[in-house]
Write a protein of this length. Structure first.
Length: 703
């Protein structure tokens, strides 16, 4: 039977040309034997999180380890004592839904993180993690463990698996999971006709499950056009990474370099994300991001075909938030927004035991902390028994889930998890609403003057951009963590890998060439942005109304010489983007050579480079590039990986970090360049997927 199945796969290959296999072109870095040992131990605890391997090293450690007896092996004894109080009362049981947005589960996850974080050395950390791997809820463990590996000093540079390999069920619709479990239950042998009809191929000793994105059944008649973007596994992983680096509940003292800019980071991240989403809406003809009101029906419905112990809750179109059962929550949201508007009216005020002046650009830190309701907002306020978050409350109401049955039992929604939030159209409407309050605050901040923006003696004569082309190509990822294994398979790790294959947006590499004439010599910063040329109705849009829609693509430093300077920058070198994550199976092979992927060790917080450009159209969709040159002034005492983000002494997103005066953006050291983005081959990703995929007329070309 397996032979027949392989033959079916070969026939499919013959019909469709060569099945594209993504080529991971990445740099590696050499690591020592101690690092390799650590890396393998870290990986071991991520495998098959819903099962416990009684033959594994971690199980034996867990059975012998006692946290209370080893309290002296933690640098913060109070954190251990607080954990033990909660632990003796009872944590979230295994095989239950975990979400950080539910108070009891959040408090437990924070206590568990503190236990990991304050372990005095790696040995204690690993023993503690092994204990938690066996005795704690799997989702709660993975959440706290992931964040601890990021923030511990002795795990710096450790490569973490891509979130879609850890939690495949959050990145894969239920129809794919059904087919995977069906094949697994049949002993990994199936009827070739069944395989062909359902987009399953046995290829190179693993099963490939072709899948598509959600359609109009999930999103309605228009929003489904964006599903290739909102459901992209790299984009959703990027959002999960960000919220693992900057959890809303974490005290800023754990990442002191960021503490004074935490609110600014929050604003910059969501401004970039929403601007990028807006560019995608424009090329799909969807226009502006819709608005909503707490007191009126929510127009955007969403039916996620996802499952996490239970099927995800549907929010019907024109959903009316029940007032009677949510009166306190609705009043809180309304009051929170009005409180901020009162701050705006006053301009200068005292709140949370701190003085705030909205005319000061650094007040963005307070504004960001306010809307995130993070731990630093309350730092100077003292102990607080009652703390409600605007973000969390809004997610709960917009998700449309019924009231939880008890403290642990509730029905999940897409907004309950960072891995799935970006799928829901109302997510973008919520954060667009929050950003509009930021923009109102930014009206208080003085605009940049001509003298501030001008680089005396430097002029950009011309900017050339290669033809911008997008396309879809197939991407495979390992989904075995969604399966269950026999004790023998857990012990030996011998099983047929199951991979999910779907078309993802990509683009051809391009080069930006800047022709600069300089009368001065010195290091200069070059910034490249991409923004809309026209609004959602097709009319030209002024820079005063458009500054918040520019996406920062790149930042780099070049030395300017007196005279003509030709500066070339390849898109493959753009700072704020990273290549696709390397599969864990490939990383294990690298570890045998004493190597790891460099970009996964230092750049996990960046957006996938394949999503750099919005999808084009056949005739080319108009956008504009903005290039600016200004003198370079570095920042002292900044180390990796922070140096990748705090790159100079300017605000994040400069000069589009505040409202602009368009007349001042006609400086010689600035240049607007009209560009068009073209799309090659079929325009919709579903045209590449099963069963049409088997006989697709055009083989993919890897650029």
């Amino acid at each position: 039977m397996k032979t027949l199945l392989v033959l079916v796969g070969l026939v499919a290959l013959a019909l469709s040309g060569t099945v594209p296999q993504q080529q991971f072109n990445y740099k590696t870095k050499t690591v020592d034997a101690e690092f390799v040992t650590k890396q393998k131990k870290i990986f071991d605890l991520f495998f098959a999180p819903n099962q416990i391997d009684k033959n594994a090293e971690y199980y034996k450690i867990a059975k012998e380890y006692n946290i209370e007896a080893n309290i002296d092996n933690y640098t913060n004894k109070k954190a251990v004592e607080d954990f033990l109080v909660l632990y003796k009362y009872g944590f979230l049981p295994r095989n239950q839904v975990f979400s950080i947005f539910y108070d009891k589960q959040k408090d437990e996850a924070i206590a568990l993180f503190h236990l990991f974080y304050y372990a005095k050395d790696f040995e204690t950390f690993y023993k503690t993690a092994a204990y938690a791997r066996v005795y704690f809820n799997e989702g709660q463990f993975l959440y706290a463990y992931y964040i601890a590996v990021i923030h511990r000093a002795d795990t710096k540079g450790i490569v973490l698996p891509a979130p879609y390999e850890i939690y495949p069920e959050f990145f894969t619709n239920t129809d794919v999971l059904y087919r995977m479990h069906s094949i697994k239950m049949q002993g990994e042998i199936t009827d070739p006709a069944y395989a062909s009809d359902f987009g399953i191929v046995h290829e190179n000793d693993y099963y490939v499950f072709n899948t598509n994105y959600s359609n109009y059944y999930s999103y309605g008649s228009e929003e489904y056009k964006l599903s290739y973007f909102t459901e992209d596994i790299g984009l959703n992983s990027y959002y999960y990474y960000f919220n693992s680096y900057f959890p809303f509940w974490m005290q800023g003292d754990i990442f002191p370099v960021w503490k004074e800019r935490r609110g600014e980071v929050y604003f910059y991240f969501y401004k970039q994300l929403l601007a990028r989403y807006y560019l995608e809406r424009l090329s799909n003809g969807l226009g502006e991001i819709p608005e909503f009101s707490w007191s009126k029906p929510i127009k955007s419905g969403y039916l996620p075909f996802l499952s996490y112990y239970y099927s995800f809750i549907q929010r019907p179109a024109y959903y009316q938030i029940p007032y009677e059962s949510n009166v306190q929550e609705l009043q809180f949201l309304d009051t929170y927004e009005k409180t901020f508007l009162q701050y705006l009216e006053r301009g200068y005020f005292k709140a949370y035991n701190q003085e705030v002046d909205f005319s000061n650009s650094k007040s963005v830190n307070f504004v960001g902390n306010f809307w995130q309701s993070n731990a630093d907002l309350y730092e100077k306020f003292g102990p607080r028994n009652y703390q409600r978050s605007y973000e969390v409350t809004a997610r709960r109401l917009l998700g449309a889930s019924p009231e939880p049955v008890d403290k642990y039992t509730y029905l999940p929604t897409a907004l309950d998890f960072y891995q799935t939030s970006l799928r829901d159209p109302v997510f973008y409407q919520l954060y667009s609403r929050i950003l509009k309050y930021f923009i109102q605050y930014k009206e208080y901040v003085p605009t940049y003057t001509q003298d501030m923006l001008h680089y005396i003696g430097v002029k950009i004569n011309d900017v050339k951009v290669d033809k911008l082309v997008t396309y879809f190509d197939f991407f495979d990822f390992n989904a075995v963590n969604s399966l269950s294994f026999s004790p023998e398979q857990l012990k030996t790790h011998k099983f047929t890998p199951f991979k999910v294959r779907q078309p993802r947006l990509n683009h051809k590499p391009f080069t930006v060439t800047v022709d600069v004439k300089s009368d001065v010599e010195g290091d200069a910063v070059f910034k490249i942005f991409m923004g809309p040329k026209y609004n959602g109705e097709g009319y030209p849009i002024s820079l005063e109304d458009n500054w918040m829609n520019f996406v920062e693509l790149d930042w780099f430093v070049r030395k300017l010489n007196v005279g003509q300077n030709k500066i070339e920058r390849s898109s493959t070198d753009f700072l704020f983007y990273k290549e696709d994550s390397v599969p864990v199976s490939e990383i294990y092979k690298l570890l045998e050579q004493g190597k790891v992927p460099a970009h996964m060790s230092t750049e996990v917080e960046f957006m996938p480079s394949r999503l750099m450009l919005p999808k084009g159209t056949k005739g080319g969709f108009p956008y504009q590039f903005f290039v600016m040159v200004y003198p370079y002034h570095g920042v002292e005492n900044v180390t990796e990986p922070i140096a990748n983000l705090i790159v100079d002494n300017k605000p994040f997103g400069y000069p589009f970090d505040r409202p602009v005066n368009e007349a001042y953006f006609m400086q010689p050291n600035m240049y607007f360049k009209d560009v068009f983005v073209y799309h090659e081959d079929d325009i919709y990703p579903y045209q590449y997927s099963f069963p049409y995929y088997v006989g697709h007329r055009t083989p993919f070309i890897k650029y």
